[in-house]
Write a protein that binds this ligand. Sequence first.
Ligand code: ADP
Length: 489
Amino acid sequence: MPPRLHVLSVASEIFPIVKTGGLADVAGALPKALAAEDVSVRTLVPGYPAVLAALGPAAATALSVADLFGGAGRVLAGNVAGLDLYALDAPHLFARQGNIYTGPDGADWPDNAFRFAALAKIGARIAAGAIAGYRPDAVHAHDWQAALVPAYLRYAGGRRPVCVLTVHNLAFQGVFPPTLLGSLGLPPEAYSLDGLEYYGRISYLKAGLQFADRITTVSPTYAAEIVTPESGMGLDGVLRRRAAVLSGILNGIDEEVWNPATDSSLAAAFDAERLASRAANALALRVRLGLENDARAMLVGIVSRLTWQKGLDLLLAALPELLACGLQFALLGAGDAALEAGFREAARRYPSRAACLIGYDESLAHLIQAGADALLVPSRFEPCGLTQLCALRYGAVPVVARVGGLADTVIDANEMALAAEVATGIQFAPPSREALEAALGRANALFRVPAVWKRLQLNGMRSDVSWRRPARRYAQLYRDALATRPGNG
Ligand code: ADP
């Protein structure tokens, strides 16, 4: 048995306390899965009001910081929902209601550069041993919000743990004016091609990519895509230079949170042996959303942020034709104002065939997965994607664009895969309106053959979407990084 490892994870959101997307799911689920690999994880998160409330008044102070970008801060320690947490309580940075990244006007909080530099700075200090009795072997930073951790450690010098950076979405890079550099507590030489400099500005993500010992992203296909100019979002050159330490590890989903046999959000529990019980969830979904109770129609679910990345403008454009083919739609999502308005208008025009719920609703997301026949994910790019994994587990057949993690997790129902009885869904390319229409047409044709459709559902429900395999790979990655770190024999 290899020795027990201690890992400090640094993340800007964590399920079940605060979540805006898949990053929170990963930050919340991976520590539990790593425990089975003899890796013990503590997670540093910002002390947003929801985090402090979850920790409760009894949380112990593990570290005090006199001045953290214009105010005092402290690190509280506690356990919430089985997660060992450190919360950076710095009211001047995090005591705000509403969205964790954006203010009431929908724009980024103007001091986000400092809010997440503070998270990284304290993460680096804890990683270097600032809390008595705690010296992690590795620090695992997630996305740009934590990506300065390796930079702070590098410039601080001295003994440091190995640093792993996971890119959950290359589109978010934490780019700020170069004039901030001095106030971040980083030396002037950090503003260079080998450091944070990024087209005349500074990029937190680039800093992480430069200085991390290992870089991971959340699927093998996305790892291959982001080193190309087409998908590298300006960082492909940096990523190519670091290709030797870049790898893709698929996300899993939390099988306790996403378990159709025990899910309290459902109208009826089901599993692969009781697939017929899904019908009660389809009915409950149609009733809840005011859709016509037309069980012969293929009901297509969507659970998504509404942004350009997710390709839902393609669905909006194709909607009249798709409805004319007899499909029904149940969309849950929030995001861009124009997309929200478009889907609201569609729901108004076709109330019995297309329901569009604008907002965030964890419980409805579960019911959609349990009641929809198919789940549509038409993303233009998708680092991993979690909703198609939930769909696989819940017997909703995923219809996905062939990009990133969607390509890696869904087996297309082409003739060969159907014959071999391994297909789990439908893939389409390119992400265009025509291809999307054709894919849903293909799905609808398969839906009309119940035995084939059931095979797709069962194949999906039996595929491994758990965290077991990914956790094993992360554990191996930490151990490899430690074994091969410079200066290690
Ligand atoms: P991303 O992180 O890009 O938003 P993912 O597919 O990786 O996309 O993760 C999205 C997560 O957020 C999933 O767990 C999904 O169920 C959830 N989600 C997205 N939008 C909503 C919503 N409007 N209501 C409830 N859950 C949502």
